[in-house]
Ligand binder design. Structure first.
Ligand code: TRP
Length: 331
């Protein structure tokens, strides 16, 4: 089939994927595989920008991410799954592109500013240049489209600026990649705060049905409701947000909302229904995940072959960049 262009996107392998990744990101990625030539990057170098002192953890996390991605519909036959650290050209291009952006520009990137406030540590140089490495990831494949969440838009802006600067200085090499934003609203955490692995408010794809049910039964609901006969609030109540996303029976959701607003149904009942629909939704993903994890060697083969497909493209971009920047010409 004729494809419309090339896609590069990725995740940092920080741990197993959760339902927020599934509905916000992975389902979007899975759906575009026939339209675009896709490269999905396991950005293990980027993990080191904040978490460089746990070398043993990375390996397990990569296998978890791989299993989750494939179980969620990333198809290694149609797309390439690529390991960033196995292609040294990513780091090489990052070094070169780092010459084309100022330190002050990078200190103004919102993710940098926020994290520096949170971390309470002196940020490393690698952390400051996170967006430069991301620009290298994207530009090394000359990607046309980059599916990302809104939080990543500032990084894509840096990428576009660097591409423009490179073209001005050395002649046209890169087009400016376009973002592809997911239209699914962000799923709140089970405690109604932003869903985040480190906040303990997520449901993982690898969670068992029992764990999933337990997490659903402990979910935050309407704090103003003391008795189940009190009229309840549906808006901003994550139990209903999840019903909207995961419950295929729209009529049932409307009815549950009406009963809840009228104080005619308890939280326990609404949550019990949610745990059933959520487990139904996740069951096929879990099944596939379990099959994949039973054969870790196959997972390694998948990422190895995706990486082998990607490497020649990265090498060809590096030769072009070297030539244009006047490098390596003497030897
Ligand atoms: N920064 C991205 C994130 O945290 C991960 C990432 C690394 C990425 N390189 C990329 C995303 C290139 C898109 C394109 O989610």
């Amino acid at each position: 089939m004729d494809k419309k262009g090339r896609i590069l996107t990725g995740h940092r392998p920080t741990g197993p994927r959760h339902i927020g990744h599934l509905v916000g990101t992975l389902e979007t990625w899975a759906a575009i595989q026939d339209k675009f030539e896709c490269y999905f990057l396991v950005a293990d170098l980027h993990v080191l920008t904040t978490d460089y002192d746990h070398p043993k953890r990375i390996h397990a996390n990569i296998l978890d991410v791989l299993a989750d991605w494939i179980a969620a519909g990333i198809d290694p036959k149609r797309s390439s799954i690529v390991l960033q650290s196995a292609i040294p050209e990513h780091a090489q291009l990052s070094l070169l592109l780092g010459m084309l952006v100022t330190v002050s520009r990078l200190t103004r990137v919102p993710t940098y500013k926020e994290q520096v406030k949170e971390l309470k540590l002196q940020p490393s140089m690698g952390f400051l240049t996170y967006p430069v490495l991301q620009a290298a990831d994207i530009l090394i494949y000359k990607a046309d489209v980059v599916p990302i969440g809104e939080d990543q838009l500032p990084h894509l802006e840096v990428t576009r600026e660097i591409a423009r600067r490179f073209n001005q200085l050395y002649g046209q090499a890169f087009s400016e990649p376009e973002p592809l934003l997911s239209h699914t609203p962000r799923l709140p955490g089970t405690d109604n705060r932003t869903m985040h692995t480190s906040c303990g408010n997520t449901i993982f794809l690898k969670d068992t049905p029992e764990e999933t049910t337990r997490k659903v039964m402990n979910m935050y609901t309407d704090p103003t409701r003391i008795h189940h006969t009190d009229p309840g609030h549906v808006e901003g109540n994550p139990v209903f947000t999840y019903h909207d996303v995961f419950n295929p029976d729209i009529e049932e959701v409307v009815e549950l909302k009406n009963l809840y607003r009228a104080g005619k149904i308890g939280d326990v009942e609404v949550k019990r229904r949610l745990s059933v629909v959520l487990n139904d939704y996740l069951d096929p993903v879990r099944q596939q995940r379990a099959d994949l994890c039973a054969h870790p060697d196959d997972l390694r083969d998948i990422i190895r072959s995706g990486t082998m497909r990607a490497r020649p493209i990265a090498q060809s971009t590096i030769s072009e960049v070297y030539k244009k920047m006047g490098l390596g010409t003497i030897v």
